[in-house]
Design a protein around this ligand. Structure first.
Ligand SMILES: Nc1ncnc2c1ncn2[C@@H]1O[C@H](COP(=O)(O)OP(=O)(O)OP(=O)(O)O)[C@@H](O)[C@H]1O
Length: 485
């Protein structure tokens, strides 16, 4: 049997008894929802301050699958795999514990804690001393320390059985969804808004997505992929919305009427205005952005203050003091870096020579030159989708890109993965030529290739290759498709 013990975040542990109970219950319900549709049965049992997850099915792949899932659930700080074993006497117990822990206590302080039920020839203290002393002798660099050791070895002995922690894991931390209310995250396809959305999910907010389309089908497809991935991986216990707003007419109006330096601030204010209206319509309490002080020239306190005034809703900016490198590292860790890194910059014109010190009265004067009907239209015509349909629809839209599992003769494959990935898992084909062009160079490098040939983009998940093929198609190249072996 596979058995995991789940510990909740310390933030939960310090809350009052009733809050603690509610949040433990939330994690329990979320685990049930998330583990229900897996191929093998999983049992979730709730206790006051911890939970257990057990499964009768037991293979290495299944164990790994459960571990991967448990690492992505908000509110779980640590979890550990347990094993129930039989033992004959203290010496046997020691041998079994040593087999698991000998390598883990090298250069560490440790202690052994025993809880015992039933008739034995030894007390709990005897067992702690015997096993602790034995391990101390066995591993020279380890030392026993009763207060705050690096590692606690916990044993629960019941008659001739004992329960042993065999491996501990770090979970996602944070709070369970939905221990806070809902938020509407403005997601652009870049690193920042993806990471901001993740941090809100981690804080227990049911996070919906709002996207302003400025760059056509390819832009929307890429953003849908990112939003869907974030939801599916970290928040699938609750359904959320993906709202898509066509902002091209508003941008056209801004480009025509607003002074260049103010364009960025005006665009953000109009986004905020629409976001607040959508949040109100959907009963959502806050909007979230990926803005961070000084991240781009226009993200100054003066500009952010002017932007805020356009929003009656609470605006949350979880990245406000983060450095770019921290954001990129986190994006990598949560699995969105590749996708976000492959999105081109849309609407660059808007960010040219932006003002760093917007003055509200000037901004309002500039906005008066815009046609208010375009904003109303954008709100009225917003597409409000159930996130579960978003990836499917993205695939449908990307259906214009041919995807082949078996390549035609003479096809050339473009391996668009990063150099690290290519080195780690090279793509070797017997019959076809493979060119390695990382995705971030593809848009410029493709035009230099022989345009009489047919090209097939390749990446591991098939997501980036589809996105890149679509982008090339929008640039006017029709000799490109996707290779998905
Ligand atoms: N097209 C868009 N749709 C939805 N939200 C957007 C869009 N463009 C910008 N935003 C929101 O505004 C924030 C700031 O955007 P901006 O482009 O100025 O900075 P950024 O640091 O490049 O953000 P990102 O990396 O998220 O694209 C984004 O993090 C996002 O929350």
């Amino acid at each position: 049997m596979l058995e995991f013990i789940i510990k909740l975040h310390p933030e939960i542990a310090i809350k009052s008894k009733s809050v603690r109970k509610r949040q433990t219950l939330l994690v329990e319900q979320n685990l049930r929802t998330l583990l229900k549709h897996l191929p093998h049965k999983v049992k979730v049992t709730g206790y006051f301050d911890h939970l257990t997850v057990t499964s009768q099915y037991q293979t290495t792949a299944w164990r790994q699958e459960l571990i991967t899932r448990l690492k992505c659930i908000p509110g779980i700080v640590t979890f550990a795999q347990m094993q129930t074993r039989q033992f004959t006497d203290l010496a046997d117990l020691f041998q079994q514990v040593a087999a698991v822990y000998q390598s883990q206590i090298i250069n560490k302080s440790f202690c052994v804690r025993v809880r015992r039920q039933g008739e034995h020839e030894f007390s709990s203290l005897d067992a702690e001393r015997y096993i602790g002393g034995g391990l101390n002798q066995l591993v020279n660099s380890a030392r026993v320390q009763l207060k705050q050791p690096d590692l606690e070895i916990k044993l629960e002995i019941k008659q001739q059985q004992f329960l042993l922690v065999t491996e501990s894991f770090t979970g996602m931390g944070g709070l369970p969804i939905p221990s806070q209310s809902d938020a509407l995250s403005l997601i652009s396809g870049g690193f920042d808004s993806a990471v901001a959305s993740y941090l809100m999910i981690r804080k227990g907010l049911r996070t919906h997505y709002l996207f302003f389309n400025l760059g056509g089908a390819a832009h929307e497809n890429g953003v849908r992929e990112i939003a869907f991935y974030l939801w599916k991986t970290y928040a699938a216990s609750h359904r959320v919305k993906f709202v898509s707003v066509d902002f091209a007419p508003v941008v056209a109006d801004i480009l025509e009427h607003v002074p260049t330096g103010l364009m960025g601030v005006v665009l953000k204010r109009l986004m905020m205005q629409v976001a607040s209206a959508m949040a109100e319509k959907l009963g959502i309490s806050a909007v979230v952005t990926g803005e961070s002080i000084g991240q781009v020239a226009s993200q100054t306190l003066a500009n952010l203050a002017v932007i805020d005034q356009a929003s009656p809703s609470l605006v949350l900016r979880p990245l406000i003091y983060h450095d770019k490198q921290d954001i990129v590292d986190l994006a990598r860790q949560i699995g969105v870096a590749e996708l976000a890194g492959s999105m081109p910059e849309y609407c660059g014109v808007i960010s040219q020579n932006p003002t760093v010190n917007a003055i509200l009265s000037e901004v309002i004067t500039a906005e008066a030159l815009l046609d208010p009907r375009r904003i109303n239209q954008a709100i009225e015509q917003a597409k409000i989708l159930d996130i579960r349909t978003v990836e499917y629809q993205a695939e449908q839209q990307a259906g214009v890109i041919a995807t082949e599992a078996i390549l035609p003769a003479n096809a050339i494959v473009l391996d668009i993965r990063s150099h690290d990935e290519v080195d780690a898992r090279p793509l070797q084909l017997q019959q076809h030529q493979v060119l390695t062009i990382p995705f971030y160079r593809l848009a410029t490098a493709f035009a230099q290739l022989d345009q009489q040939q047919q090209y097939y983009c390749y990446c591991e998940r098939g997501v980036m290759s589809r996105l890149q093929a679509l982008l090339l198609q929008e640039m006017g190249f029709n000799n490109v498709a996707v290779y998905r072996p």
